[in-house]
Structure formats: structure tokens, C-alpha cells
Write a protein that binds this ligand. Structure first.
Ligand SMILES: [Zn+2]
Length: 471
């Protein structure tokens, strides 16, 4: 397997630390609001990387964090705490906010059929590990105390800007964002490892530490969680390109200062999703959707996944509903053709099977070329080979693509009466109803049933869960 390593800026042959095994850390969501399609682009392409590695025979161990404390509005140390801001706006406690948006994230993660990591780790669960790392960094002279906070001293490193293309001016927070620069720092790029003094005195979550009651900085959580669950050496660290600086740069500084040797061998970064009209995607511009919203608008989550697969992870991708319609067309075409394959007992054409299998594996091995992998699916469907061979190939490819092809081969197209997009919507609503019932919110559960009934869908609760059919 070869892929682009952002640290060396080269496409490199992947060599794991331990033969056949891969340790991966991926930065997870900050749960102060909904994760939108832009955030999910990174998770989808990371899922593709993990499935590609597994397809090629590696055993993958992966950890993802959930940022439920300490991530501020700006990249700097003195923005307003996002969790607190959301909590104030929604009249909920910080932990309620975190729980609500974590659940929403996990629901969309599931709708997309993304592989769960070995653990999703909330940042608030590893405070002891952050304290252990910070204590050692202080002992080794990589950190200092100033004005009640513990800072990382970036001047102690031979090379702080490990990903190259940044310079000190990128982080001129006072100038760039119109906020106060912290006077306690020794160097402009020094960042906080542990806060006991911050602008927001009503910070809700605080813990005891050798430096006083306080809370961790944002970057230390990923260093801490990765170290606690995956040890001192990491094969691959993933994230969106927006995390390269300062987040990943600071993670390297912290972890390598702590462990005293190189930490992570490969950095896999997924490029941005932009709004199609050249605008930035943002909530205030109203051009941001969640996966659940797309499903409710009639776009199967698999369509969004395919939309991402059709472009390379290192390119920026422009989102638009027209683009989604095109992907939906392609997806439905694929499903129809796959459903049309005859289930025969004809022998497999070994030569053809090997040829297309190799073409697919080569596409993945060559810097995760997902669009070439999809082309291979079309090539197989068009090929002059028997349907048994095609079915066997598509089933094999779907282990990696996970686009619902297997389900179509086993169960046929989603029933004629209920088209696939509506099914996704119904299933989302059933999940919401189950959640409502769990929370004893029967009014909401009944409302969901009534809404579906109005659309002509009847729900039937059985021992195996809720089933549905057209009335
Ligand atoms: Zn992170």
C-alpha cells in the first residue's frame, strides 16, 4: 500500500511497525454542535483507508477521540469555550450538550456504515494521562508555568513546524483574530497544556492537578488518548487538512517531548469539502447539511459516501445538491445493474476474477484511488464474463466499499413500493422513535409514528425490533 504522507510530502510505501498490524489514531468530532457533511468527508475517507488496509490483509487497531472539553473557538488560547457557548445558548449543562451531539454524531456514523474504532474515547475520561504527560514535560524542560497556566515551550524543539508550510506569522493571534495575546507566553507559538486561569471563569468542567484546579488544553487530549490506548509509537495518524496546524503540529511536539523519540510514521490528511458556489461552508450561510438531513431530503447516506469516493481524498471537493443528484443517479444505476445479475451456479472465471481483483486492489494500493475502484465496479458490470464471476467480484469489492451492494445481491433492490431513499428516512425516524421511547418521551414517539402514518407507512413493533410496511 502506498499513500501520501503529509509529513514528508511524498507518496510512500506503507511499512507498519509490526508486520501485518496497523495502529491508527483519528481525530474525532468536537461535540458542541452537529457534525456536518464537511466533517464527515474526513471520516468517510479515513474509513476507506482503514477498509483498504484490511482488504489488503492488514489487521487494523484504531482509536478515535470525542472532544467534550477544552476546544476553543479560535486556534489560539483565548477564544470563548465552544461547549460553554453552546450550553448557554441551549440552556443545557455542558455534559448534556456533549451527550446530545455525541449521540447525533454516532447516529450519522452508523447511517454511513462506517466501521467503529476499537474505542471512541471522550477527552474527559483521560485526565490522569494528560497530567502524567504534562508532569513529564515540565520535568524535561519542555513546559513551563506562567500566570497559572502550563505552556509548551516550542523553542525547545529542533523542528516545531513538522509539516513545513507554516511560519511564525500564521499564529499571530492578536493581529489575526482581534483577541488579546497571552502575555505569559515565552514564545508566540507556545500553547497551553493545562489551564487554571482563563478568561471564562465559569468553565464548567474542572479537575484537580498539581498546578491547581483547571482543565486540559485541546491538543493534549489527542496526545494523551493516543498514548494511553495505542502506546508510544503510532503507524498512522489521520485527520482533516485543517487539523495540520496548529493541532497536529502541537500533538507531535507534546508526544515526542514526552516519549523522547519519533512518534508517528505516517500522516494521512483528507482535503476540505467546500460549498459548490465557491463559498465557504458555514452554518451562518445556511449551506451546511448533516447526514440525517440529507437522508430526510431523499439522499441515501450511501449516495454521499459515493459522492466522496468519486473524487480523490487529497483534492478539495465542492458540495452541491446538483452534485448529490448526479451521485444519486450513478448510485441507482449501479444498484439496478447489480440487482439484475443472475444468481447462477456457473463456475467462476478465475482469470477474469484475478484480473479485476488486481485492478481493484491496485487502485486502493495506489494512494487510495477510490474513484478508480468505483470505475472497476463499472468495468466488471460491463465485462463479457458470466454473472457468477461478477457477483463474486462485487461481493468482494463491497467488503471495502461498503456501499450496500451486498444487500442488493442478497435481498434484491429495496422493495418496489418503498424506494431506497424513503427507506433511509423511515429507518432514521425509527431510530429517533426508539431513542424517544428509551427516554420515556412517548409523546415524541407517537408523533413520529403519526408522521410516518401520514406518509402511508405503518410501523409494527416486534421482538426483533420495529418493522414497517406500506399501508
Ligand atoms: Zn486530534
Amino acid at each position: 500500500m502506498k499513500f501520501y504522507n503529509s509529513e514528508t510530502k511524498k507518496i510512500e510505501e506503507f511499512v507498519p511497525i509490526e508486520s501485518g498490524k496497523v495502529k491508527i489514531y483519528t481525530c474525532g468530532p468536537t461535540v458542541y454542535s452537529y457534525a456536518h457533511v464537511g466533517n464527515f468527508r474526513a471520516y468517510i475517507m479515513e474509513d476507506a483507508l482503514i477498509r483498504a488496509l484490511e482488504f489488503l490483509g492488514y489487521q487494523v487497531e484504531r482509536i478515535m477521540n470525542i472532544t467534550d472539553v477544552g476546544h476553543l473557538t479560535g486556534d489560539n488560547d483565548y477564544g470563548q469555550d465552544r461547549m460553554l457557548k453552546a450550553a448557554a445558548a441551549e440552556h443545557k449543562s455542558v455534559l448534556e450538550i456533549a451527550k446530545f451531539y455525541t449521540d447525533a454524531f454516532l447516529q450519522d456514523f452508523k447511517l454511513l456504515g462506517l466501521k467503529e474504532p476499537k474505542a471512541f474515547v471522550p477527552a474527559t475520561q483521560c485526565i490522569d494521562t494528560y497530567i502524567e504527560i504534562i508532569t513529564k514535560l515540565l520535568e524535561k524542560g519542555y513546559a513551563y508555568l506562567s500566570g497559572g497556566n502550563v505552556y509548551y515551550d516550542t523553542s525547545k524543539l529542533k523542528e516545531y513546524y513538522r509539516f513545513g508550510n507554516q511560519n511564525a506569522n500564521d499564529n499571530l493571534v492578536g493581529v489575526r483574530e482581534g483577541v488579546e495575546e497571552d502575555k505569559g507566553k515565552h514564545n508566540q507559538n507556545d500553547f497551553v497544556l493545562w489551564f487554571t486561569k482563563s478568561k471564562f471563569e465559569d468553565q464548567a468542567l474542572k479537575w484537580d492537578s498539581p498546578w491547581g484546579l483547571g482543565y486540559p488544553g485541546w491538543h493534549i487530549e489527542c496526545s494523551g488518548i493516543s498514548y494511553k490506548y495505542l502506546g508510544e509509537r503510532l503507524d498512522i495518524h489521520c485527520g482533516g487538512v485543517d487539523n495540520i496546524f496548529p493541532h497536529h503540529t502541537n500533538e507531535i511536539a507534546q508526544t515526542e517531548g514526552f516519549v523522547g523519540h519519533k512518534w508517528c510514521n505516517y500522516w494521512f490528511h483528507v482535503n476540505r469539502l467546500n460549498a459548490g458556489d465557491g463559498e465557504k461552508m458555514s452554518k451562518s450561510l445556511g449551506n451546511v447539511y448533516t447526514i440525517t438531513q440529507l437522508a430526510q431530503m431523499g439522499y441515501n447516506p450511501m449516495v454521499y459516501k459515493l459522492f466522496n469516493f468519486l473524487s480523490h481524498y487529497r483534492n478539495q471537493l465542492a458540495f452541491s445538491l446538483e452534485g448529490m443528484d448526479a451521485a444519486k443517479n450513478t448510485y441507482n444505476k449501479l444498484l439496478k445493474r447489480i440487482a439484475g445479475l443472475a444468481k447462477t451456479k456457473e463456475g467462476i472465471n478465475k482469470e477474469a476474477y484475478d484480473k479485476y481483483y488486481t485492478q481493484f486492489a491496485d487502485a486502493l494500493s495506489n494512494d487510495l484511488n477510490t474513484s478508480l475502484a468505483i470505475t472497476t465496479v463499472f468495468d466488471v458490470l460491463k465485462a463479457e464474463i458470466n454473472d457468477s464471476t461478477k457477483v463474486k467480484l462485487i461481493l468482494k469489492f463491497d467488503e471495502m466499499l461498503n456501499l450496500g451492494f451486498t444487500d442488493v445481491i442478497n435481498n434484491g433492490l429495496p422493495t418496489e413500493e418503498i424506494e431506497s431513499d424513503l427507506r433511509t428516512y423511515i429507518e432514521t425516524q425509527i431510530e429517533k422513535r426508539n431513542e424517544a421511547k428509551k427516554n420515556r418521551d412517548f409523546a415524541l414517539a407517537d408523533k413520529i409514528r403519526a408522521e410516518l402514518s401520514e406518509k402511508g407507512i405503518e410501523l409494527v413493533d416486534t421482538k426483533e425490533g420495529t418493522k414497517y410496511h406500506k399501508k
